[in-house]
Design a protein around this ligand. Structure first.
Ligand SMILES: Nc1ncnc2c1ncn2[C@@H]1O[C@H](COP(=O)(O)OP(=O)(O)OP(=O)(O)O)[C@@H](O)[C@H]1O
Ligand SMILES: [Mg+2]
Length: 396
């Protein structure tokens, strides 16, 4: 948000009746836009299910107790700054308010200057926030050749269509890193260069050294030393610092992790927000998945971030999704159809799948997978848990 942008402000009249005083003062401030108003928190949250306000003014005029629903409301609007207005000066009341994520307390009757100060604080806080929390997606698989490079490359391109310039694809696949061939790029700087400078990386330096694909996708290719990954060649802590630096520069970091299960792999999957575990529906794949599942448990990976994706899926195989689900004890996250012809054309030409087969089912499904990951990474809004606030509101 820049200084000239009008701040979107919504008012929740938390005492259950509209207080015209606040709206009147707001209308006279040219750099604000009155977005929505409601007299109960449930309606207020549903009004903001798709778009959160920059600033929420919670008017508690007439209340001498902090309502129970206030903490819940604040949690469910994580992208908004919060200001509370009240006449009450009771110390317990004020302490309870300040224990919540409330940026400003505005005394009533409302003074224009107090509101202006609260707005300035909210604007400053919003500017300091990263626009979206960054997400690391590690793409790995049940065996070599299962399709991790095809998926990592085209998934990164699909995400980049949604947020151009905000996505970087890093090649950590061993022993054969192939992102360079898939996108017809030659290494200038490599992941190894970045890892070696891990202590001094910042967003500006990163943007300089990361290669730009013509789509605006950032690409970090691999290097010979990374291919082996012997201990001593690369310090896993340096990989970790590199990932932290990448998070400051990009919203999405897609890593082709291959399935070389060494100490660098462990570090990557520990740091990742999503682990896409690609497999086919065959007995050897399922046997490998059992072993990988045991390893993931030993490495204490958070269960929710492991997402099984079935590649080259067809409904009429003897082994079905149900068999896989019962072995892994989790639902399959996504399936991708088989389309060798389109994919091999793209790989051989060194271009995105979207360029050779924009209407193919495989590309559409990869875009769907990207959309699913984007949706999962959004902060939860008011629609997700209907009823809870009503309960609190009635009680409070
Ligand atoms: N959904 C699919 N339909 C048809 N062919 C596919 C599909 N996914 C991958 N392939 C084919 O499988 C082959 C291997 O793909 P890819 O190189 O992406 O796998 P990989 O797991 O990265 O392999 P490696 O272990 O060598 O790094 C390629 O020829 C690719 O075209
Ligand atoms: Mg590969």
């Amino acid at each position: 948000m820049n200084q000239s942008e009008r701040l979107r402000v919504s008012i929740l009249h938390g005492a259950g009746r509209e207080n015209p005083e606040i709206g009147e003062v707001l209308q006279n401030l040219p750099y604000l836009k009155l977005f929505k108003q409601a007299v109960d928190p449930e309606t207020f949250l549903s009004q903001h299910a798709n778009k959160a306000p920059d600033l929420v003014l919670v008017d508690l005029d007439g209340l001498t107790q902090v309502p129970e629903w206030l903490g819940e409301l604040i949690n469910r609007l994580p992208a908004s700054e919060i200001a509370v207005c009240s006449k009450c000066r009771d110390p317990d009341f004020l302490i309870r308010i300040m224990k919540l994520r409330v940026g400003s307390f505005i005394p009533l009757p409302l003074q224009r200057q107090d509101l202006e100060e609260a707005v300035a604080r909210a604007r400053a806080a919003l500017q300091e926030r990263p626009s979206e929390p960054s997400q690391i997606i590690a793409v790995t698989g049940s065996k070599g050749g299962v399709g991790t490079t095809s998926l990592a490359t085209n998934l990164a391109l699909a995400l980049n269509e949604t947020t151009p310039g905000e996505v970087v694809l890093a090649d950590l696949a061993r022993p054969f890193p192939q992102v360079g061939q898939f996108l017809d790029l030659k290494a200038q700087h490599t992941l190894r260069d970045l890892i070696q400078s891990a202590d001094s990386l910042d967003a500006i330096f990163l943007r300089k050294v990361v290669q730009q694909h013509k789509s605006q996708l950032g690409v970090i290719l691999s290097s010979a030393e990374l291919e082996t990954g012997f201990p001593g060649v690369i310090d896993p802590e340096a990989l970790s610092k590199t990932l932290v630096a990448l998070r400051t520069a990009y919203t999405w970091i897609v890593v082709d992790a291959g399935c070389w299960l060494d100490y660098l792999f462990v570090k990557l999957v520990q740091e990742a927000d999503h682990i896409l575990l690609l497999t086919e529906l065959s007995v050897p794949d399922l046997q490998n998945l059992k072993k990988i599942k045991a390893l993931f448990q030993r490495w204490e990976l958070d269960d929710y971030k492991i997402k099984v994706v079935v590649n080259r899926y067809e409904k009429d195989y003897t082994l079905g999704l149900g068999d896989l689900e019962s072995i892994l004890g989790r639902p399959v996250f996504y399936t991708l159809p088989s389309d060798y012809h389109s994919l091999i054309e793209a790989i051989n030409q060194g271009v995105p799948l979207a360029e050779v087969a924009p209407r193919s089912k495989l590309w559409r499904k990869i875009k769907g997978l990207a959309a699913e990951l984007v949706a999962q990474s959004r902060p939860k809004t008011g629609e997700d848990k209907p009823g809870i606030l009503r309960r609190f509101f009635l009680k409070g």
